[in-house]
Ligand binder design. Structure first.
Ligand SMILES: Nc1nc2c([nH]c(=O)n2[C@@H]2O[C@H](COP(=O)(O)OP(=O)(O)OP(=O)(O)O)[C@@H](O)[C@H]2O)c(=O)[nH]1
Length: 313
């Protein structure tokens, strides 16, 4: 075990192009794990801010000037020789063309099809997180009716939606089975993924991609059910901690703003949202009273993306 003061702080960059590809660099000879692929970045100096370290490292390693970077996830990982705390940023704007200043190999890759290996061991969950789309829709068929709901879901899929949660509290069992099956069929036609709220069995029966656990269920779980994609709803630090401990694929943190579906809940606001997600190792979707226009605000506050119900499907 490493003492907390021995944990090496690292700033790492997911430099992303508009087509979704991101840059990986191969660790040069002479460093530990030479030949392994990593996200560009490096150690934070004492008294240096994370963002400053990020800018300095990308200038030193790639010759680029960071113009716009969003804080993203933070992962601690223990190697035999050292423990590292990796603070990931998504760099979306820079000037200069990345050029290997230290003779390292560079490669642009896509999260769902990384064609270089080996990756640094700490980075496997990071690639899975990068494969999650920025918007997560939650169905609302009990309010809209099944027919209109399916029409709206299809429109959103046509417009690029790639992640949907079937959440229909109070819908009769048979109707829910049929509706969930329809959503899965529709979504898979567009290459989108579907999570089923709460019901692991229904998820398997309708061939959905994952399960979304409400916070009460999350707090009672001792392990994940062995399903590829597992999401959870969180409202506070304790629930986020439990989701991290279990190794959820992602979480939704709510309510950020006042929302019709939970009018009685106390809202977090963006500052509290940012404080809660700052050290979180999981990608976090902001939820509650949000619209498509709020995506950038979510990114600025450390979110992976936004989740929406009425504003999207
Ligand atoms: N840059 C970077 N480092 C990572 C990643 N994943 C990961 O485990 N690390 C670890 O974080 C540490 C970063 O240290 P580094 O050696 O790259 O730092 P540096 O550029 O400041 O080099 P230096 O040792 O010459 O001062 C290493 O232990 C590395 O194995 C990643 O994706 N990017």
């Amino acid at each position: 075990m490493f003492h907390p003061s021995d944990i090496v702080k690292v700033a790492a960059a997911v430099i992303t192009r508009p087509d979704g590809s991101f840059l990986l660099a191969r660790r040069p000879a002479g460093k530990p794990y030479a030949g392994y692929w990593e996200f560009p970045g490096g150690k934070v100096k004492p008294d240096e801010s994370l963002l400053h370290a990020l800018r300095r490292e990308l200038l030193e390693e790639l010759g680029i000037h960071v113009e716009h970077a969003y804080p993203w996830i933070t992962r601690t990982f223990t190697y035999p020789h050292a423990a590292v705390c990796l603070h990931f940023y998504r760099v979306v704007q820079w000037h200069g063309e990345p050029y290997p200043q230290e003779n390292q190999e560079l490669s642009w890759q896509f999260a769902n099809n990384v064609a270089v290996e080996p990756m640094l061991p700490a980075n496997a969950p990071v690639l899975r997180a990068l494969d999650l789309p920025p918007v997560y829709a939650i169905t609302n068929a009990m309010e809209l009716g099944i027919k209109l709901s399916l029409t709206r879901i299809e429109h959103a899929l046509q417009a690029g939606l790639r992640l949907v949660q079937v959440r229909e509290k109070g819908m009769m069992k048979e109707a829910l089975h049929v509706f969930a099956g329809e959503v899965v069929k529709l979504a898979h036609r567009y290459g989108a993924k579907v999570l089923i709220n709460e019901d692991i069995r229904l998820c398997r029966e309708v061939g959905a991609d994952g399960v979304h656990f409400p916070s009460s269920q999350l707090m009672n779980l001792t392990e994940l059910p062995g399903i590829d994609l597992c999401g959870a709803s969180c409202h506070n630090a304790e629930e986020l901690f439990q989701a991290e401990r279990l190794g959820m694929s992602f979480v939704v943190l709510a309510p950020v703003l006042p929302t019709l579906s939970h009018p009685e809940s106390k809202t977090l606001g963006w500052q509290k949202f940012a404080t809660l997600v700052r050290e979180c190792s999981l990608p976090v979707y902001a939820l509650g009273g949000l619209r498509q226009e709020d995506l950038t605000t979510a990114w600025e506050h450390g979110g992976h993306g936004i989740a929406m119900m009425r504003a999207i499907v």
